[in-house]
Write a protein that binds this ligand. Sequence first.
Ligand code: AMP
Ligand code: ZN
Length: 334
Amino acid sequence: MENASNAYAPGDDSPTASGGSYAAPKPSQDPDAGRRAFRQALIDARVLYPSAVDGIYGRSGLFENIAEGLNAAISKLGADQHAEVMRFPPAMPRKDFEASEYLKSFPQLAGTVHCFCGGDREHHRLLARLEQGEDWADQQRPTDVVLAPAACYPVYPVVAARGPMPGEGMVVDVLTYCFRHEPSIDPARMQMFRQREYVRLGTAEQIVAFRQTWIERGRQLAGMLELPHEVDLANDPFFGRGGKIVADSQRELKLKFELLVPINDGAPPTACMSFNYHMDHFAHAWPLRTADGAPAHTGCVGFGIERLTLALLRHHGFELAKWPRRVRDALGGL
Ligand code: AMP
Ligand code: ZN
């Protein structure tokens, strides 16, 4: 752990504590105790608004101000990338989603959009079932739309449709809400959350160099934000029996690194940024080509906006006025 200070608890009179309204629970064997306590503190302070579903929250003005500050800081850090800015809605065409092979790896996380497509008779049945408290959702039909599982997915078909890329490849800047069906009491594991990403498309060498640059910059950002952190090799939660083999191979090939920050007391640190090398996976789904016509390689750096915001609240407290001046300056003078 780098820069490992434990500066979160108001009432904690350590010199690094910078105020706020969250008193961390006593160390416990149960990691969920820390998760529940932090979630409750966020709800009690009206930083997050709870809903009937775990992982779906409203955000307060404070939360959004911090999130905007983070996005501004990330833009500043990436200004030299001359990235093409693309903003997509939190949904994408089902046919592109199918092409991405997401369902092969993460069927458990996917969210599809279904709609009512019937006539009057079906409508009556729907209302009758609702009235009787019966399940009605099985009558809904899939649309051509799925929820975006990651901010970079909509980029690849757009770039592929343009034909071969220029010799220097491309960098794209994306930001969107993503959906992953992973209900949890952990406030840092939401079902809808924002990912800000820089996506690199080009040759293998270009992607590997890009990822190295961004691992350094990720550390730099966490340092500026005075968050304790470490960077570690990681793997995605591939589904099923075969998933372990894929995850092991992802680790062996060192395709994914994460920057982790302790957020929940007594629980392992939380991945707040990821640095991914997809090799030429997406060039098999779409005709992504480098200047010389070879299948393009891709990679991305993903910033979890909600998790970084929560990490800041956890370590600096719920009162911006009490945050270290340098952290507020790094967030554009909050
Ligand atoms: P991934 O594509 O899984 O590497 O995710 C990129 C980043 O998005 C992670 O490093 C997290 O910061 C964030 N993230 C992933 N899943 C969630 C989630 N369920 N809730 C909040 N943030 C998430
Ligand atoms: Zn990505």
